[in-house]
Design a protein around this ligand. Structure first.
Ligand code: CA
Length: 296
C-alpha cells in the first residue's frame, strides 16, 4: 500500500499464484520519479515456467529503471514508449543469449500519472480500466486472437469468454526484436480509480462484478477483494491487480502558465506605447513642415 502523495493518490498492488498453477509468472512494480509523477506496471509472463517468470520480472524492472533514469523534460508518452521498447530489447536479448529462456515473452500494461493527466501503455492481454462516476470503462483493447475475432464479429463476447484459444496473445514484449506499443492519454479527475490487471482477474471475473468492488473500498481492500473474486471462481491462472485511487481533492496544477501569459501581455503594452509615441512625433513634424511651407 502506498501512502497518499502530494496529489492525494492512494494505490495498492497484489498478486496471487491462484489455485491451479505451481508458480506465479506475473510481476508488478510501482515507481515514483518526482512528486506527482508515478508509474504502475503489471506484466504476465509466458514461455515455460522459468521463462515466463523471468520475462515479466525483467520487463517490470527495466521499465522502472527507464522511468527513473530518463532525462529531465522527457514527455510522459515518450517516457512510457521508451520504457516498453527498452523492456522489449532486454527480454528479447536475454532470451536469445540463454537457451533455457528461448521464446520467453510477457504482456505489459502500465499507467503513468503526471499531475492531472495519465497515460496508459499496453502490449498483450493484460488490461487497464478506469472507474468514473460509477461506470467501469476499459482503457485497453486486448492484443489477442480471440479479441481480434470478436472485434471483427466472428465470435460473440460470450463465445470469446470460453474460446479454447483465448490465451493466444498476438503482441508481446520480448518475442520480436521490435515492439509496437498502444498509448492512450487521459485527463484525470478527482475520484477516478484505475485498475491494472492480468488476465487471471479479467479473464475470470466479469466487468460487472469488478466495478462495485473497485469503487466502494480503499485501494488495499479493493485489491484484496478483487483477488478473492478470482479465487472464488477457481483462479485457474495467476492473478495480479493494481488499484490506483485519485483523491477527491483536485489534483495540483502547475502555476507556470500564469507568469508567462502576464509577461507576454506586458510586452504587448510596451510595443503599443512606442507606436503611439512615434505616431504623435510624426504628426507634430508634419504640422511643423506644413506651417513652414504655408509661411509667406
Ligand atoms: Ca495469465
Amino acid at each position: 500500500m502506498t501512502e497518499p502523495g502530494a496529489h492525494g493518490v492512494l494505490a495498492a498492488s497484489l498478486t496471487d499464484v491462484g489455485l491451479r498453477r505451481a508458480t506465479n509468472q506475473d510481476s508488478f512494480g510501482e515507481f515514483e520519479r518526482a512528486a506527482g509523477t508515478r508509474l504502475w506496471v503489471v506484466a504476465d509472463g509466458m514461455g515455460g515456467h522459468r521463462g515466463g517468470e523471468t520475462a515479466s520480472r525483467v520487463a517490470v524492472e527495466t521499465m522502472g529503471r527507464v522511468f527513473g533514469d530518463a532525462a529531465e523534460g522527457t514527455t510522459p508518452p515518450d517516457l512510457l514508449r521508451a520504457a516498453f521498447e527498452r523492456a522489449n530489447a532486454e527480454v528479447h536479448g536475454l532470451a536469445r543469449r540463454t537457451p533455457e529462456l528461448a521464446g520467453m515473452g510477457t504482456t505489459g500494461v502500465a499507467l503513468l500519472l503526471h499531475d492531472a493527466a495519465a497515460w496508459v501503455g499496453h502490449v498483450g492481454d493484460s488490461r487497464a480500466y478506469r472507474m468514473r462516476g460509477g461506470r467501469l470503462e476499459a482503457l485497453t483493447q486486448d492484443h489477442s486472437l480471440v479479441a481480434e475475432l470478436q472485434r471483427r464479429g466472428f465470435v460473440t463476447a460470450d463465445e470469446a469468454a470460453v474460446h479454447p484459444r483465448r490465451n493466444e496473445v498476438l503482441r508481446s514484449i520480448g518475442i520480436e526484436p521490435e515492439v509496437e506499443v498502444d498509448l492512450t492519454a487521459l485527463a484525470v479527475e478527482p475520484g477516478d480509480r484505475f485498475l491494472l490487471c492480468s488476465d487471471g482477474l479479467c479473464g475470470v471475473v466479469p466487468d460487472d462484478e469488478i466495478a462495485p468492488v473497485l469503487s466502494s473500498e480503499t485501494p488495499e481492500h479493493a485489491a484484496r477483494r478483487l483477488v478473492d473474486l478470482a479465487i472464488a471462481r477457481g483462479a485457474p491462472d495467476n492473478v495480479t491487480v493494481q488499484v490506483v485511487a485519485i483523491g477527491d481533492a483536485a489534483p495540483a496544477r502547475t502555476s507556470a502558465p500564469v507568469p508567462a501569459v502576464a509577461r507576454r501581455r506586458g510586452v504587448r503594452r510596451v510595443a503599443l506605447t512606442a507606436a503611439l509615441t512615434a505616431a504623435l512625433l510624426l504628426a507634430a513634424l508634419l504640422l511643423l513642415l506644413a506651417s513652414g511651407l504655408s509661411r509667406p
